[in-house]
Design a protein around this ligand. Structure first.
Ligand code: GLC
Ligand code: MG
Length: 554
């Protein structure tokens, strides 16, 4: 066996010291509240619905939950249009429900992350309504970005920035000809102005509000956009929607945004125990991403480079290698993300497409599961998006009338948007709404999900759900999984990744990315496998294609 990556000098062969800052290796389960569980039959998932399902999450074996926004909102961007960041949308519950949720989660040893959206408010936020009641130039407008347009009468937007959801990032201010306000997302999401100390103070108030309630951390929405280049100059000509890593130019990843994160880190560190941040920063490289997790900034960021990897051994090996190197250079744990409420579900992403209508979801499901089991064995923290543990596919055939994503509307249907990964969770029963609600779900569920419900899968020891439960139990009990060292091994095949987590109770993780069975010469005992993995008479492990296997080394 060869070692491709250097083991840290002076540390070779010594079991990793387990750093038990929980956020360094937490498995975090993302809840998209509207689609998780509905307690009152209005078709919209809610906080009491989540509370009722906490035992399910505890039993699944995750360490933390992250709740996407549940704040008062006109829901023009699924709640990422926040009208009041220090309250709960009355359709989803009350502040008391949130207090109870935090207490109940803690009693089950689950930490709670909530979402904070610092780039913008909703146009229903009282500060934006106050601005609209004044003329640009007022202190009320100074909380946002109001600018005169170009052209003799200001009839053209102030610059060429595109909205991430399509169209320009500017909308006219009614009653004030020639004036525009900035929104990097929907026009219902005016960007706030981080050059204004009032904005800093208000967000600190929001952080403290939830920290004081006992929340353990925040997921920070678009953490790379707050600071805009001085003067808001034109950027490069837009080339596709600035989303999912395609954000370029003066609105994104500006050096001074890091000052905000230093400020926020001091707020988190003023609590005992310290609270944690995970930043959503779709930046170009793993190096640029690592800059967000320097020791005095955010604790972690989502690793979207991993999410973008496709089914290719070199691509997967590479992204793991660079993620580990760049994160360890700043002392931060890497994170592993395959899925969230903004991207196609991995089962469909990894599926081979025979033609536009025949998608091999079975292969997709095997590969997605194998990737997920790989990610749960890597050093650092891992994210699961609700329904990932059930192997749900992307819903590609939502009727257009049902669609709600602003992307669909702002591109006039050219981009279908992200509703297909937000379809409510199937819990039980044979037909929609599958125990999600007693009413009509806000997005229709497919009629062929009976076999995918949590109830059906819990009863089947070979189901996707059962495999996740098994993996998370092994991970919790293991001394070598989670935070710690990784050593690349040679499986004898370029298309079979072999990763050792060394130490007492060492585990070898194999990922067969080839299209055929592969024989691997090694001694050990199969702990878990997403596909067939058996020793043959000669003592070699025979590994099915599209399979991830965890092996206990002797
Ligand atoms: C983030 C969220 C996404 C939202 C956008 C604007 O990317 O994950 O859902 O639309 O920010 O807030
Ligand atoms: Mg409800």
């Amino acid at each position: 066996m060869t070692i491709d990556l250097p083991v840290r000098e002076g540390n070779a062969g010594i079991p990793p010291r387990k750093v038990r800052d929980w956020w360094r290796d937490a498995v975090v389960y993302q809840i998209y509240p509207r689609s998780f569980s509905d307690s009152d039959g209005d078709g919209l998932g809610d906080i009491p619905g989540i509370r009722a399902r906490l035992p399910y999450l505890h039993d699944l074996g995750v360490d933390a939950v992250w709740l996407s926004p549940f704040y008062p909102s006109p829901l023009l961007d699924g709640g990422y249009d926040v009208a009041d960041p220090r309250d709960v949308d009355s359709r989803l519950g009350t502040l008391d429900d949130m207090r109870a949720l935090v207490a109940e989660a803690h009693a089950l040893d689950l930490r709670v992350f909530v979402d904070v959206v610092p780039n913008h408010f909703s146009w229903d936020h009282e500060w934006f309504k106050a601005a609209l009641a004044t003329a640009p130039g007022s202190p009320e407008w100074a909380r946002f970005h109001a600018m005169r347009g170009k052209g003799p009468d200001g009839e053209l937007p102030p610059n060429n920035w595109p909205s991430a959801f399509g169209g320009p990032a500017w909308t006219r201010i009614e009653g004030h000809p020639g004036w525009w306000y900035l929104h990097l997302f929907d026009s219902s999401q005016p960007d706030v102005n981080w050059e204004n100390p009032e904005i800093h103070a208000d967000y600190e108030k929001t952080l403290r509000f939830w920290f004081d309630m006992g929340v353990d951390g925040f997921r920070i929405d678009v953490a790379h956009s707050l600071i805009k280049a001085e003067g808001l100059p034109d950027g490069p000509e837009p080339d596709g929607l600035p989303m999912a890593g395609n954000e370029r130019g003066p609105a994104w990843d500006q050096p001074r945004v890091h000052e905000v994160w230093r400020e926020w880190r001091r707020v988190a560190d003023s609590y005992e125990p310290t609270r944690a941040f995970v930043g959503e920063a779709w930046v170009a490289t793993t190096e640029a991403q690592a800059a967000y997790t320097r020791p005095d900034e955010l604790h972690t960021t989502f690793n979207f480079h991993f999410l973008k990897a496709y089914w290719d051994p070199e691509v997967i090996r590479d992204v793991i290698g660079t993620s580990l190197l760049t994160s360890s250079a700043v002392g931060a744990p890497p994170t592993w993300v395959l899925s969230n409420h903004d991207v196609w579900r991995p089962v469909t992403r990894f599926a081979p497409w025979r033609d536009a209508t025949t998608i091999d979801l079975e292969t997709g499901r095997r590969r997605a599961l194998a990737m997920s089991m790989l990610s749960l064995a890597l050093p650092g923290s891992a994210y699961l998006y609700q329904g990932e543990e059930l192997g749900l596919p992307e819903v590609l055939d939502l009727p257009d009338e049902a669609r709600q994503d602003p992307t669909y509307f702002r591109t006039e249907g050219a981009a279908k948007g992200r509703d297909g990964c937000r379809v409510p969770i199937p819990w039980s029963g044979e037909e929609p709404p599958y125990g999600f609600s007693t009413g009509t779900p806000w997005l229709p569920q497919p009629t062929d999900w009976a076999g995918l419900t949590a109830e059906a899968q819990a009863a089947d020891p070979t189901s996707t759900l059962s495999l996740y439960r098994q993996a998370l139990r092994i991970r919790r009990a293991s001394e070598v999984l989670g935070d710690g060292e990784l050593v690349w091994r040679d499986s004898g095949h370029t298309d079979v990744l072999a990763i050792e987590r060394p130490g007492d109770g060492a585990i070898l993780v194999l990922l067969n990315v080839s299209e055929s069975e592969r024989l691997v010469e090694l001694e050990g005992e199969v702990l878990l496998s997403t596909g067939v993995a058996e020793y043959d008479d000669g003592g070699a492990l025979v590994l099915a294609p599209d399979t991830c296997t965890w092996i206990a080394l002797p």
